[in-house]
Design a binder for this molecule. Structure first.
Ligand code: GCO
Length: 481
């Protein structure tokens, strides 16, 4: 008897120690038709950057021609190969891993430069065929596609015509969206028009050419807002078109949202800076989409350096009249805000992180995901929400393969606690319809190249070997129990 009891206790300890601590969320608390998935973006995972007649995208150009050298310490890293997911043999193996994981949806993006290589004009039938096959392969494995139309990768030919600063971009995008809806509108039940308007410009245009002075930083920042306005208009046009085409699925837009907290709660200047930062990070996209106006103080701060930023009443009406069917939220961390005269518009958040074990995107605060979901419900008309990205990369050694295993307990704990926060919001009435981990696999992380990892599955970038991490097994256990 005693031996059995001891064995049971030991076994229990073993199971507990192989799982993360903290609240264990229960899948049964989420709706039956909930979308459980992992997320990726084409440029970060596909490689095959010239295959099947693909045109050059802005990121192909940035990495191959300019290089991301200043952020990857002397190395010129590209996503020309990355994790090779355009290749069917490779993606079939990755689909198998997703199937074993137990998810029902895969969020990926289709690159505009594959579908219409020059941005406008001729449509590339090889690329269309590729995505038909991918979608079919996913469905055969019991996995539905959730497709992002635009994830930072503008065709280079359009960048050369001014990119998103050119108002014609709204029409270019609408034309591209039409091609996507005509070809995939009946196979795909969830579309996302844009991933994170404005972050694209921070991680690329803005950071690749750091401003020389405070004044030019302000002007550049304010100018980027023209891009954002055009993307919101383009999104509204695509949503309008999608609804006019009477397609049976849903279309949304994804924002990265970061609840704002003072960096130092004891410093009145930081406390005061929070509200402007919140307008610049969150309300700058939420208010036009759900309320038909840009927030007042952010607008004034932007117009001071970009007097031409004058969204018209018609534009705002178009955006308001064509709301997304669901709001996609990418949540990683709250912003710890400082008043900072050296930063654009006098407030800063990027790089501020008071945690001891640092996560790349900021401090770990799962309760802020709950607060954010409740805020959207209460202040923005209770929309349907999908958490389109949530995940972590820590500045510790946990992503190393040791004896064939990757014991990423900090990430596992992070994911578990954020799912628990989402569960609490569901219990409190938030219309949450899905949750996606960023990312399924380690991949090319924009300006950081291959130096930071977010995957549930470890990838050896030399050999393409995949090793599921502890976080993968935790998610699998959560999904299948
Ligand atoms: C973004 C994206 C992803 C990132 C992820 C991790 O926010 O830039 O949507 O492409 O890889 O957020 O930083």
């Amino acid at each position: 008897m005693k031996t059995i009891a001891v064995t049971i206790v030991l076994l229990g300890m073993l199971i507990v120690s192989s799982r993360a601590q903290g609240p264990q969320p229960d899948k049964a608390d989420f709706p039956d038709d909930f979308l459980w998935g992992v997320a990726s973006a084409a440029y970060q995972v596909e490689g095959a950057y010239q295959a099947d007649g693909k045109g050059e995208s802005k990121w192909d150009f940035f990495t191959n021609t300019i290089g991301v050298t200043q952020f990857t310490i002397g190395e010129k890293q590209t996503a020309n190969v990355t994790i090779n997911q355009y290749d069917r043999e490779q993606y079939l193996r990755d689909i198998q891993l997703m199937k074993e994981l137990g998810i029902n949806t895969y969020r990926f993006s289709i690159p505009w430069s594959r579908i219409i290589p020059q941005g406008v004009g001729e449509v590339n039938t090889k690329a269309i065929a590729h995505y038909h096959l991918l979608i079919q392969d996913l469905k055969e494995a019991g996995i539905e596609p959730l497709v992002t139309l635009y994830h930072f990768d503008l065709p280079l030919a359009l960048l050369q015509k001014g990119g998103w600063l050119n108002r014609e971009s709204v029409q270019w995008y609408k034309n591209y969206a039409k091609v996507i809806f005509e070809n995939f509108g009946n196979e795909v039940r969830h579309f996302i028009t844009f991933n994170e308007p404005y972050i694209e410009f921070f991680v690329a245009d803005f950071m690749m050419n750091p401003s020389q002075s405070k004044e030019s930083g302000n002007v550049r920042y304010a100018k980027e807002m023209d891009n954002v306005n055009h993307q919101l208009l383009a999104s509204a046009e695509a949503i309008k078109l999608y609804h006019e085409m009477n397609l049976k699925g849903k279309i949304g837009i994804t924002f990265n949202l970061s609840p704002c907290l003072p960096f130092d709660a004891g410093n009145p200047e930081d406390v005061e800076a929070v509200s402007l930062q919140d307008e610049l990070l969150n309300r700058i996209v939420l208010d036009p989409v759900f309320k038909g106006k840009y927030p007042k103080n952010a607008l004034a701060a932007i117009q001071k350096y970009n007097p031409g930023f004058q969204p018209s009443a018609e534009d705002l009406q178009l955006i308001l009249n064509n709301q997304p069917d669901f709001l996609g939220i990418n949540f990683y961390a709250p912003a710890q805000v400082k008043k900072d005269d050296g930063a654009p518009l006098g407030v800063s958040w990027m790089g501020n992180n008071t945690d001891a074990v640092k996560m790349a995107n900021g401090p770990v605060r799962p309760e802020e995901l709950y607060n954010l979901l409740m805020r959207i419900k209460n202040e923005y008309g209770d929309p349907e929400i999908i958490i389109t990205e949530n995940g972590a990369s820590f500045e510790n050694d946990e992503d190393k393969v040791v004896d064939g295993k990757v014991n990423d307990m900090t990430r596992t704990d992070y994911i578990q606690r954020h799912i628990a926060a989402a569960e609490k919001a569901v219990k409190d009435g938030v219309k949450l319809k899905g949750y996606f981990v960023w990312s399924g696999w380690d991949n090319f992380e924009w300006i950081f190249g291959y130096t930071i990892r977010f995957g549930l599955i470890h990838v050896n970038f030399e050999t393409q070997e995949r090793v599921p991490k502890s976080s993968y097994y935790w998610y699998q256990h959560f999904l299948n129990d």
